[in-house]
Design a protein around this ligand. Structure first.
Ligand code: B12
Ligand code: SF4
Ligand code: SF4
Length: 314
């Protein structure tokens, strides 16, 4: 259905200001054409079997946002900060490390309703508009779309660095069925000669601008219950990351003065982050209670116990 009385520039300005008011630190707009420039690297990555532990990733859909949602013309992409200076994994005596992104409510439950409300408000102003909200789980190259929307670039660790705002932010996209003027894409990276993330990765998962999920700690503590290779088991035990891993971002110079998440939104520290390793839950009921409404909820208690055993040896 055609969108009536739409002034693209005014619509864009309104969407941007509403999204910023909803807590996104940066907003950009990108056209939803395919990812031609990325195709060769992406296909090589899959052909080398790098996606084997992440079976939900499909190269064909990833390369074209319209394969995901055919009406897509424009993507509003937002960067939503989550880290806080006082939330430092492993800072309490004897505690294990849980990534900053797990420190607070489940981000899907924060970003999705915000983008859905924005879509609904837009639809009441502009009847006929269609949209689709994507936060993490859709087969969409969110970081590449964010770079195309001018939010930043993919660093050598592959994450989206939003310039001086750093990389501690979730990405969310609202695909829209109308053509809006796109923002200037970021087509270069600003890592320069830095290789800090490549060097700090405890399991050798990173080469410049590409990651091997079969070596990343996050894959084995969050995504899959598959047995990690010995190098990853060793890295888990020595680094004490029990869920996710922030090392490649902690060393990044672009995160020296990042934009921080709102403490009122992300809440205080969870006992999972502050308890000493011996006091962490081992039983299913306690695990369920402590992970309720957090992004850790998708990790099963037996998976959590297996990780603890790998780190603590018992
Ligand atoms: C699968 C996935 C993972 C996997 C794989 C990560 C990866 N780098 O692909 C695992 C489980 C390891 C993971 C870990 C993490 N993730 Co994750 N993840 C995703 C997810 C769902 C899909 C990503 C994807 O499509 N990967 C597929 C590969 C092929 O993509 P790619 O690496 O960008 O592919 C390019 C490169 O490989 C490059 N390339 C290949 N070879 C070569 C060679 C050369 C020379 C060059 C130049 C380039 C090049 O070309 C490809 C095409 O452009 C996204 C959400 C989404 N829908 O986008 C979140 C997402 C990327 N994750 C996120 C987060 C927060 C994390 C963690 C920080 C969580 C944590 N603290 O533990 C870690 C960070 C690890 C890291 N350094 O990336 C955020 C990142 C936010 C940001 N600022 O960028 C996202 C966007 C979720 C969100 N909505 O906020 N994640
Ligand atoms: S998240 Fe940790 S294990 Fe994964 S690439 Fe970054 S430093 Fe390496
Ligand atoms: S640590 Fe250095 S190389 Fe890695 S992403 Fe940051 S600036 Fe780039």
């Amino acid at each position: 259905m055609p969108v009536e009385h739409l002034d693209p520039l005014a619509f864009k300005a309104w969407l941007r200001s509403e999204a910023l008011a909803a807590g996104f630190a940066r907003i950009g707009f990108a056209a939803c054409h395919g990812f031609q420039a990325e195709a060769a690297h992406l296909q090589a990555w899959f052909q080398e079997g790098r996606g084997s532990l992440l079976p939900y990733l499909d190269p064909t859909t990833l390369l074209d946002p319209r394969a995901l949602w055919p009406p897509a013309r424009t993507a509003l992409v937002g960067f939503f900060p989550y880290a806080r200076p006082e939330a430092v994994p492993g800072s309490e005596p004897g505690s294990l490390k849980l990534s900053r992104y797990l420190w607070g409510p489940d981000y899907h439950m924060l970003l999705k309703p915000r983008l859905t409300r924005l879509l609904e408000a837009a639809q009441t102003r502009w009847p006929g508009l269609e949209g689709r909200v994507c936060v993490d789980t859709a087969p969409l190259l969110e970081r590449q779309l964010a770079a195309r929307a001018g939010l930043g670039w993919q660093g050598k660790h592959t994450l989206l660095i939003a310039g001086k705002n750093g990389s501690w932010g979730f990405l969310g996209a609202l695909l829209l069925s109308v053509d809006l003027p796109a923002d200037e894409p970021v087509t270069t990276e600003f890592c320069g000669t830095c290789t800090a993330c490549l060097e700090v990765c405890p399991s050798g998962a990173l080469e410049p601008f590409r990651l091997d999920p079969a070596r990343c700690l996050t894959t084995y503590t969050i995504e899959t219950e598959a047995e990690p290779p010995p190098a990853v088991v060793e890295a888990l035990a020595s680094s004490r990351w029990a869920a996710g891993c922030d090392l490649c971002q902690e060393v990044c110079p672009w995160n020296r003065a990042p934009v921080w998440g709102d403490p009122a939104l992300w809440g205080g520290p969870s006992p999972l982050h502050t308890r000493s390793a011996e006091d962490l839950p081992r039983g299913a009921a306690q695990w369920r209670k402590l992970t309720r409404r957090t992004a850790l909820r998708r990790v099963r208690d037996r998976h959590w116990r297996a990780t603890l055993t790998r780190i603590l040896g018992s």
